[in-house]
Design a protein around this ligand. Sequence first.
Ligand SMILES: [Zn+2]
Length: 107
Amino acid sequence: MSLYRTWRPRTFADLVGQDAVVRTLSSAIEGGKLAHAYLFSGPRGSGKTSAAKILARCINCVAGPTPLPDNTCENCRAILAAPRLTSSKSMQRATVESTRFERSARR
Ligand SMILES: [Zn+2]
């Protein structure tokens, strides 16, 4: 198993080297100013999928939207246990689309 799957960060605090991303997403969540979609780009291993999965939990957590998801509620556990897809692009797209769905369902 790949290291990034075994040791994938679970919180923004664990996301190393992406301070600007963490600051931007955290303040958007805290200020209730989340965009309708986010595009994560960068070289392989830079934390795109990790950031997307953390953001998905921040938005979908029963305690949320919060920059500190509990990672224990049903929604968080479902995102943490998301099946490994054959393509990381599919994973990112699925995460973004499920986030969009959840947000539109709340309106
Ligand atoms: Zn949760």
